[in-house]
Design a protein around this ligand. Structure first.
Ligand code: CUA
Length: 329
């Protein structure tokens, strides 16, 4: 069952309340709702949601009519509706409805898991960010996932710490990310775009600021992205960028962060292509020069309780390392 967009927004007011409550204050966020599916798995989930809303909405209205009648109509010696009515409408019909809805949900879940995947991405969750690996292409990235449109992508999910959960509302359902036990999720995007993903399992600390962006590309664009992403960053020739790279290597950044060709640690997010990312701090703020400077100077002021300590760089060194990191495209 697919409802036209204008019906979704104007007629079914519970859905609007649902949206308003969940996304109050953010005019753009409605597009990140599971009510605006952009892939086959999300489409199925949205359909189940609408089916449930209609069926249970009807049951609710009928029940309320009987409640009102029970309160208003005067008690009689011999009830008009006997005990058989109570058994049929109170037990029989709800049982049938629940079983039918259950079978419909299970069927959709099984169907979603059966779709053959033709692209593979590994996502590892840490406190409180996501490492993203493309095993067939030797690419490592963080907090940003790139996929080609209209291809089913198999996500292999694993946690390095507590349980997190992986969810891109417009593309499909949630899947827990467990320590020591890989889980799987298959998603596809119908059209190019930037979709917001998030951790949906409470994982303490800055759980609410543990997000990522999933970018779906047209096939040619995606191939170009793969080529760009496979290349190590060029050795800087500009004096300021060279200074920035030296600051990165000598002032402690390299102890936690990898940049292909110069450092290897995987304690924090890989920064090989940081300059091309949309956000900083796992989806916390936009990747701008000001935010990057603020983040390096004192990340705790932007994302409290994240694992990165403040740095004590001179303004000149800070400026140089920011310019260097922004040059990593
Ligand atoms: Cu990770 Cu919540």
């Amino acid at each position: 069952m697919t409802l036209p967009a204008d019906t979704r927004d104007s007629v079914l007011f519970p859905a609007i309340i649902f949206n308003l409550v969940l996304f109050a204050g953010d005019a753009h966020a409605e597009r990140e709702s599971m009510l605006y599916p952009a892939g086959p798995a999300a489409e199925q989930i949205a359909n189940i949601w609408w089916e449930m809303l209609v069926v249970y909405g009807i049951v609710f209205v009928i029940t309320m009519v009987f409640v009102v009648l029970a309160l208003v109509v005067r008690r009689r010696e011999h009830p008009v509706l006997g005990s058989r009515f109570v058994f049929i409408s109170g037990i029989g019909i709800p049982t049938v409805i629940l079983v039918v809805m259950l079978i419909s949900s299970i069927h959709s879940t099984v169907e979603m898991g059966k779709v053959p995947a033709d692209f593979h991405i590994k996502v590892d969750s840490h406190h409180w960010w996501f490492a993203v690996t493309y095993p067939d292409h030797g690419i490592v990235d963080a907090n940003e996932i790139h996929i080609p449109v209209k291809r089913v992508v198999k996500f292999e999910l694993l946690s390095h710490g507590v349980v997190h959960s992986f969810w891109v509302p417009r593309l499909g359902g949630k899947r827990d990310m467990l320590p020591d036990h890989p889980t799987e999720l298959r998603l596809a995007a119908d059209k190019p775009g930037v979709y917001r993903g998030t951790c949906t399992e409470y994982c303490a600390g800055p759980h609410a600021l543990m997000a990522f962006r999933l970018i779906a590309h047209e096939p040619e664009e995606f191939d170009k992205w793969l080529v760009r992403q496979s290349r190590p960053p060029p050795v800087p020739t500009d004096p300021q960028l060279r200074q920035g790279r030296d600051v990165f290597l000598e002032q402690g950044c390299a102890a936690c962060h990898a940049i292909t060709g110069i450092s290897e640690s995987d304690t924090g997010p890989d920064l090989t292509h940081l300059g091309s990312r949309i956000t900083l701090g796992a989806g916390t703020v936009d990747n701008t020069k000001g935010n990057l400077s603020g983040w390096i100077a004192n990340p705790q002021s932007i994302k409290p309780r994240n694992m990165m300590p403040p740095s004590y760089l001179s303004p000149n060194d800070l400026h140089a390392v920011v310019e260097y990191l922004r040059s990593l495209q």
